[in-house]
Design a protein around this ligand. Structure first.
Ligand SMILES: Nc1ncnc2c1ncn2[C@@H]1O[C@H](COP(=O)(O)OP(=O)(O)OP(=O)(O)O)[C@@H](O)[C@H]1O
Length: 238
């Protein structure tokens, strides 16, 4: 079976500086994959490569077997990849509902509609007419995820959902994941919190200085294994 996403031997550069070295990563349809690693390990660079914000070598990123590496970001979005970016990046002067509707401008058909997103995060219906900037951090995060879902992606990328949020709020946000994957949307979650990352994901990849140094089924990896990989004392996983 063809994977939804196959990343093969991905290198990424900022000018002369190489940030990713030969990264291999797979995501199957409906799967939740966690990407962890210390600050500067290359997680955001990986997401920028997949979404087309950073140029990459053709053939290094395949979506349903078709090359998307080197394609412009809007084409990759139309092919079915959407991101909830670090820092949420909402349109502060627009209402919650307007922010959500903007996510649907690519015109992809699928499970997600305004009603379905509001059912997933009921607060977004309650606050639909409020300005996005008036919402709490957790509510803004829900808008950012909802906006990405409105694009009806096959693959949703979540960058640092927990940034600046209380643990209980983060838990509420991640409680949406089973419904998202049940709708057939696969998710890559970039997460600093190792415990949470293993709890919410099927499989996990750890990056260190631009290289994958640990991968495996989340439930089979021990905290020690992940901790060692995270801090650069990698041991091989089963
Ligand atoms: N625009 C840029 N120009 C030059 N170097 C960059 C740029 N963005 C990131 N880097 C470098 O690339 C490497 C990977 O950074 P990246 O932001 O992908 O890491 P990260 O794992 O997402 O870290 P964080 O958790 O801090 O967001 C780092 O060494 C970083 O300094």
């Amino acid at each position: 079976m063809t994977n939804l996403l196959s990343v093969r031997n991905l290198d990424a550069f900022y000018g002369d500086f190489q940030a990713l070295f030969g990264v291999d990563l797979d995501v199957e349809a409906g799967e939740v994959v966690a990407l962890v690693g210390a600050n500067g390990a290359g997680k955001s660079t990986f997401l920028a490569s997949v979404t087309g914000l950073l140029p990459t070598r053709p053939g290094s990123i395949l979506l349903r077997g078709a090359n998307i590496a080197g394609e412009p970001a809007f084409r990759i979005a139309r092919a079915g990849v959407a991101m909830s970016p670090e820092g949420r990046r909402l349109f502060a002067s627009l209402s919650v509902e307007e922010n959500l509707r903007l996510g649907a401008t690519g015109g992809r058909k699928g499970h997600w509609s305004l009603e379905k997103v509001q059912a997933l995060f009921p607060i977004l219906k309650e606050k639909r007419r409020q300005g996005a900037s008036e919402l709490s951090g957790g509510q803004q995060q829900a808008v950012a995820i909802g906006r990405a879902l409105m694009a009806n992606p096959d693959l949703l990328l979540l960058d640092e959902v927990s940034l600046g949020l209380a643990p209980v709020v983060v838990r509420d946000i991640y409680e949406s994941l089973p419904a998202i994957r049940a709708a057939g949307t696969a998710v890559i979650v970039v997460e600093q919190d190792i415990g949470r990352a293993t709890e919410i994901s099927d499989r996990l990849y750890c990056l260190q200085e631009g290289r994958v140094n640990l991968t495996g089924r989340s439930r089979q990896l021990t905290r020690d294994q992940i901790g060692a990989a995270y801090f650069g004392r990698a041991r091989s996983a089963a």
